[in-house]
Design a protein around this ligand. Sequence first.
Ligand code: FUB
Length: 323
Amino acid sequence: MSQAREPIVTHVFTADPSAHVFDGRLYVYPSHDLPHDGKNSEEGGQYIMEDYHVFSMTRPGEDVMDHGEALHVRDVPWAERMMWAPDAACKNGKYYLYFPAKDADGIFRIGVAVSDSPTGPFTPDAAPIPESCSIDPAVFTDDDGRSYLYFGGIWGGQLDRWVDGVYDPSRKTPVGDEIAVTPLFAELSDDMHSFRAAPVHVVIQDENGEPIRVCDEERRFFEGSWMNKIGDTYYLSYSTGTTHYVAYATSDKPQGPFTYRGIILKPVVGWTTQHSIVEFEGKWYLFYHDCEFSGGIDHRRTVKWTELTIHEDGSIETLDVRH
Ligand code: FUB
C-alpha cells in the first residue's frame, strides 16, 4: 500500500517522479538515489545515480510494484554517470524513456531508450538526441498526436552554460534583473528519437507580460519542467530551486508564452523539489519527493503522492505537505 503523503516504496530511494497512465495502469518513472556518502555541492555532486527502476500501481493507495532495473548507465554507449530525472512516453505501441546523463566530457545530454513494455527493459540509442543538453526531460503528447520535449535545469544542470546550442563552461549564470533562463522546448519527430527543429527557450512572463527576472527567485524557473493540458490550457510547472517551490504558468499554446499563475507545492523537507501531475480516474494527483524518510539527507529522497485540487477557474490549489 502507499498512503497519501507517505513514500510509495522504502526499499530503494526514489526521486523526481514522472507519473503516467498507460492502458489504465499508473506508472511512475523516478530517478534512483543511492545511499552513498557523497558530499553536497552546487553542481549536484551528491546525486550520483546509475540506473532507473519503474514502479506501477492499479491506483494511488494500492500496492506498488517495483519492476526492477529498466536501464543502467553501463548499457548506454554515450553516457558515463549522473542519470538524473527521467520521463516516459508511449507512441505507436512503443514506450520511450527519456533521461539525462553526463557524457565522457562531463556534459549533460538527453538520451532516449525504447521498449515494447512500459516497464522496460529499455534499449538506448547509441548517441544522445542531437541538439539535446542539460537535464530533466518532460515529454508531452498533445491531443493532435504531436509530442514535445521540455527540458533543462540551471546551475548543476548546466542549462545556463549553453548559448545558441554551444556549451561554454566559463559562462556565468545570469544575475539580478537579467532575464531568467527558461526551459528548452522542442517538438519530437514522429519516431520520437530526434527533434524536428532546434530547441528554443520558452518565455515565462508575469501578469504584465514582462519576462521573469533572475532576482525573482520565488517565480523564476530552476529545473524540473512538467507539462499538462487541462481543458484547452497548457500548464507548465517547474521547480524554483533556491526558493524550493513547485510553481506553474499557463498558455494557450504548448510552446508558450507562459504566464506565471502561482505555487502548487510549498517547500518540502530537503533542498530539491520535483514533481509530476497526472489525471487518473477523474482525479488529479501530484507526485513529488522529499527527504523526510531519510531524516533530511538530500540524495536519499522518497517519492510520494497526494491529491491535487484544480478549481473551476483553472487555478491550482497550493499544497503544504509539511503541515
Ligand atoms: O535528482 C537529480 C536532480 O535533482 C534532478 O534532475 C533535479 O530535478 C533535482 O531533483
